[in-house]
Design a protein around this ligand. Structure first.
Ligand SMILES: [Zn+2]
Length: 219
């Protein structure tokens, strides 16, 4: 049997992929059984004039079969809209994720204080920091909240603080992802993380897949 390498965040289809789609992309996609998605308004693609229509699409997709998470969403200096509007839209996603009882996939690069304030204000519901970058202070703050960490291609770069933290992430709080990269890179990421954590890739990937079934598929 194919080893289930669960890909928590990617923009491509694949047998064990949680594919992150823009709502416009997802609404036109045919329904296929056993495909898993997340959707949401990435801060880069927000539009001051049309964000309400953009948001309506997200709400309409909430019942779509295979929708297991909301995101990726977050706050980002490179967004074309104000921090106030980004925050408002992020809160809409946080509240909808709570209603749907699904995790939120977080794009976490800027405005970290605002993000922490929101995490404290909304302690319920799982958030997953996608593309975990090894920011130690933020890691420590988030470790005491209901937040998980998804490790991507950065772990393949030369050793850094990220390696030290990845060694320590609790086993029930770690995920792996290829994001924009080809699926093949995911195997390298799993191998690298198992090496750092001194475990077997098969064991690690099986544990993650079992957790995925329990926590996201509710199986
Ligand atoms: Zn992404």
């Amino acid at each position: 049997m194919e080893q289930p390498l669960l890909n928590l965040h990617t923009h491509r289809n694949g047998p064990f992929n949680l594919r992150s789609c823009d709502p416009k992309e997802l609404e036109t996609m045919p329904l296929v059984e056993n495909q898993w998605f997340s959707t949401g308004l990435h801060p880069w693609w927000l539009n001051e004039a049309t964000h309400q229509e953009q948001w309506k699409k997200v709400e309409l997709l909430a019942d779509r079969p295979g929708l297991l998470a909301l995101g990726e969403v977050g706050l980002d200096r490179r967004s074309p809209v104000s921090l106030a509007l980004q925050t408002q839209v992020l809160i809409q996603h946080i509240e909808l994720a709570l209603d749907l009882d699904v995790p939120l996939i977080l794009h976490l690069t800027d405005y970290l204080d605002t993000m922490m304030q929101l995490r404290k204000k909304y302690p319920k519901g799982k958030w997953i920091w996608h593309g975990f970058n090894g920011h130690e202070t933020l890691y420590r703050q988030l470790l005491s909240t209901n937040t998980d960490f998804s490790v991507g291609r950065r772990i393949l770069l030369p050793p850094s603080s990220l390696h030290k933290l990845v060694e320590k992430i609790p086993e029930n709080r770690i995920w792996m992802e290829s994001d924009q990269e080809d699926d093949q890179i995911l195997r390298n990421i799993y191998q690298k993380v198992s090496e750092i954590r001194n475990t077997e890739t098969d064991i690690l990937s099986l544990h993650i897949f079992v957790r995925f079934q329990k926590e996201l598929l509710n199986a």
